[in-house]
Design a protein. Structure first.
Length: 580
């Protein structure tokens, strides 16, 4: 039964963002060799490389790591994958090894020098770059078959980062940073430190960070012309820095040091989950799922993102995507108790999703589209809220299709776990079409909306009247799981509960969450409309805590079913909808 569910690591609701930490879980690598690099392809698949020819692969989010065969037993220092099948490893013997079958076999491609390959980046299917121990920067234009040197920096151990085949940077042990904007034909250089610089990462072509000895992190906002030393609060040697899509900045280093900042490097949180030196960090693109490798076979991974949804009815509404009009504004309110009972936990929200039921026949972008959040004490809505917002998305947005459609938020928002949550979605078009409808549920006083054609106005600022609606759009959230500072305990709920399954409707797998305030004998069963028992998901003595169990309905027909939780004298039944 343990394979059906995992225990959520949640936290006390009495802390603020400044006292929260990203939660990391140590994984078993199956080796005691030092692990020097890691690369994550997606949420399930990743690779780690290390000393003595170690190459590890996971296909289940790091629950198990499998040792892959490799041609040589010298140290593997760096790794980069272009896709699920094609990857490259930089080795101590100055060779670059390539796989085209997902790491099952490797061929040697050589390099342009006789020095260890310390870093590698293959930003296109043809052009690639690597750095070596002598601080040569090498280039390939045939996807790694042949290499030549395009620059040599003054120090040692070139560590490179390329945003694309034209724009890239490299740092070395003498504190120099080199940059190119024309595919390595020309380079500019600048010495920003007298100490070793070990790693470089850029969020955009202008915003970037480098890390090195003595806890030093430098930031640029103009592509590397000028650099500012940031106060990280540590003197530990930093070995790798990484900027996520959401502008979270991470650095890892010696003595188990993990640094991260959620506000452009102005403030930093320090974590030390281990005493082992940490050497590399990487994230799944477009997510907050990351992994760290270090000495003595150390691997850590962020706890999986938490998905939670509010609203189970399937009544259609045309807001917040009221594209039959040029301009629209919608405010949506959720109480803290609603959020918690539906599986929410304090954390950084980085995606929201709507169950879209219909869209215009041709794609229709919403211009000046904004998504805003705020923690609030409001319990109902009677008018629009005009202050206190954090804008988490600003640009254009097109509803891509029907079904659950997520909006990735470039700016994260921290929901503190105790406040109510208010969301605003607005836009300012210069044309109009038909609406994109979404599933909604009955929630009077929780939504206010207004739409109009404003030839010269902006829906985000010039729509101020609004109508309070009886329906509220169903919304799903994706948040980064966090924990209280120095607190790895799970939350023990103060009462029994059974949450609405997510997603709902579903096909064919959905998740069911429940909570136990004390140890109880638990049964969780699935029934059809006639009350006939179909499946037993849980039937055992269970410790107090909060749990999620997967229900796979692949062998059932489309339709309405019920799930029932019994724990001691507590019992509750909820409805779920399978649509194939």
């Amino acid at each position: 039964m343990k394979n059906f569910f995992y225990l959520l690591i949640l936290v006390l609701f009495t802390y603020s963002a400044s006292y929260s930490q990203i939660s990391w879980t140590q994984q078993s690598s199956g080796t005691f060799e030092n692990l020097n690099g890691i690369f994550l392809i997606n949420a399930n698949t990743g690779y780690a490389v290390g000393n003595n020819g170690v190459v590890l692969k996971t296909t289940n989010s790091g629950q198990t790591w499998v040792l892959k065969s490799f041609p040589v037993s010298t140290h593997n220092l760096s790794i980069y994958f272009q896709n699920a099948l094609t990857g490259f490893i930089g080795n101590q013997n100055a060779n670059i090894y390539k796989t085209v079958d997902g790491g099952n076999t490797w061929e040697v491609n050589g390099s342009a020098s006789t020095y260890a390959i310390t870093s590698i980046s293959m930003p296109s299917t043809s052009a690639g770059y690597c750095g070596d121990h002598y601080s040569n920067i090498q280039k390939s234009t045939d996807n790694g078959q042949a290499w030549w040197t395009v620059a040599t920096t003054p120090g040692w151990d070139a560590k490179i980062y390329f945003m694309n085949e034209n724009r890239g940077w490299s740092v070395d042990t003498y504190g120099y940073i080199y940059s190119t904007s024309n595919a390595g034909t020309n380079w500019s250089s600048k010495r920003i430190s007298t100490d070793t610089l070990s790693s470089v990462s850029f969020l955009t072509s202008t915003i970037g960070y480098v890390a090195g000895d003595s806890g030093r992190v430098f930031k640029t906002t103009n592509g590397g012309t000028n650099w500012t030393l940031l106060n990280t609060g540590t003197t530990a040697k930093l070995n790798c820095i990484y900027v996520t899509t959401f502008n979270f900045i991470y650095a890892v280093g010696n003595s188990g040091t993990i640094l991260y900042s959620t506000n452009d490097g102005n403030n930093w949180t320090i974590q030390t989950p281990t005493a082992q030196n940490l050497n590399s960090i990487n994230f799944v693109p477009g997510t907050m799922l990351g992994s760290i490798t270090g000495n003595f076979g150390t691997i850590y991974r962020t706890n999986d993102s938490l998905n939670w949804c509010i609203g189970a009815e399937t009544i259609q509404s045309n807001y917040p995507f009221t594209t039959n009009y040029m301009d629209a504004r919608t405010d949506i309110l959720f109480t803290a108790s609603e959020l918690v009972s539906n599986g929410a936990s304090p954390g950084y929200i980085y995606k929201i999703g709507f169950q879209v039921t219909s869209i215009p026949s041709n794609s229709f972008p919403m211009n000046n589209f904004k998504v805003k959040f705020q923690n609030t004490m409001l319990t109902s809505l009677s008018t629009f809220t005009n202050s206190g917002w954090t804008t988490v998305y600003s640009g254009t947005y097109t509803v891509a299709g029907t079904g659950l459609q997520y909006i990735t938020l470039p700016t994260l928002f921290f929901w503190n776990g105790t406040s109510n949550l208010l969301i605003e979605i607005c836009y300012n078009n210069n044309s109009y079409l038909i609406n994109s409808n979404v599933n909604s549920s009955t929630a009077p006083g929780k939504t206010i909306t207004q739409f109009d054609n404003l030839p010269s106005g902006d829906g985000c600022t010039d729509l101020n009247t609004g109508t309070v609606m009886p329906l509220r759009p169903n919304i799903c959230f994706v948040t980064q799981v966090i924990s209280g500072e120095n607190n790895n305990k799970k939350l023990i709920p103060d009462k029994f509960y059974l949450s609405q399954n997510y997603p709902n409707p579903f096909n064919p797998v959905t998740k069911i969450k429940y909570g136990l305030p004390k140890q109880s004998y638990v049964t969780l069963k699935i029934y059809d409309l006639l009350g006939r028992e179909l499946k037993t998901l849980v039937n055992e003595q269970t410790q107090a805590g909060e749990y999620i169990v997967d229900f796979d309905g692949s062998d059932l027909s489309s339709g309405t079913y019920f799930y029932k939780l019994e724990a001691g004298s507590y019992t509750e039944t909820r409805k779920l909808l399978l649509i194939k």
